[in-house]
Write a new protein. Structure first.
Length: 261
């Protein structure tokens, strides 16, 4: 059985705020329940305000970024994309105003947390059962009306975000993406800024930077091999890219991530 895992948003960014705040995508689905504070999320090709009693469902391989204010608190259920749960296929952002519905989801998260922490016999099966109950809760609270027709601008940004997810680890430039989408780099930049608050180039840079830092802190792969994997022309160019955006060398980032002996 595929393991579900419950974490806090703080645990998703334990190596630094960049782990959530830079545009990136994940291999698993995320079901997020925010119970305190406010923030901003980049989901579904748009910048959205999020806050207390908001639920986010972000399917695997969707470009995302979440920035919470300092007092914010939320939990995230990490769901492998092979898990047999009846989940929506699209990104969802629900503002839950009904107190009963809020309590229902909070109780499910608390019960799953107890199962995970106690690790009793059959706790994986129990967590999967609670995960299915969460999926049912989510589907019950989806809007009755079909999603409104997306604007041409939103469709363009969503298509660009999808390309970034699949093509960030090569030498494809923002201008190359714009050409493939049939627009000019200037138009793509203008539309991305209006929809997401980020330029088209910034979105691509953030995805590359997230991938680079994640590989540096989570693997022992040589720097030159990471550079090659991510489409950089040389290890020297990769090092300059990391230093420009983090003010640290790749080696220094890797050293900082290792626990003290």
């Amino acid at each position: 059985m595929d393991d579900l895992r419950l974490v806090t948003l703080a645990q998703l960014s334990k190596a630094g705020a960049w782990q959530l705040e830079l545009a990136h995508d994940r291999a698993e689905h995320l079901l997020i329940w925010i119970t305190r504070g406010q923030g901003v999320a980049l989901i579904d090709g748009a910048r959205r305000g999020i806050g207390t009693h908001n639920t986010l469902f972000i399917p695997a391989r969707n470009l995302m970024a979440i920035e919470m204010m300092r007092n914010g608190f939320g939990q995230a259920l990490l769901i492998p994309d092979t898990a047999a749960l009846t989940l929506p296929r699209m990104v969802q952002h629900l503002r839950i105003r009904d107190v009963t519905a809020q309590n229902e989801l909070t109780v499910l998260f608390e019960a799953m947390g107890r199962e995970q922490n106690a690790a009793r016999p059959l706790h994986h099966s129990a967590m999967h059962a609670y995960g299915e109950l969460m999926a049912i809760w989510l589907r019950r609270h989806l809007p009755d009306d079909p999603a409104p027709q997306q604007s041409a601008a939103r469709r363009l940004v969503m298509a660009y975000c999808e390309r970034i997810v699949h093509d960030h680890a090569n030498s494809t430039s923002m201008a190359d993406h714009a050409e493939a989408l049939g627009v000019t780099p200037t138009h793509l930049t203008r539309v991305c800024r209006a929809e997401t608050g980020r330029t088209a180039a910034a979105l691509l840079t953030e995805r590359q930077l997230h991938a680079a830092q994640q590989l540096l802190i989570s693997t022992d792969v040589p720097v030159q091999d990471i550079a090659r994997h991510l489409g950089f022309g040389s290890a020297a160019y990769f090092t300059r890219f990391i230093q420009q955006h983090t003010q640290k060398t790749p080696t220094a980032l890797r050293r900082m991530a290792k626990p003290a002996a």
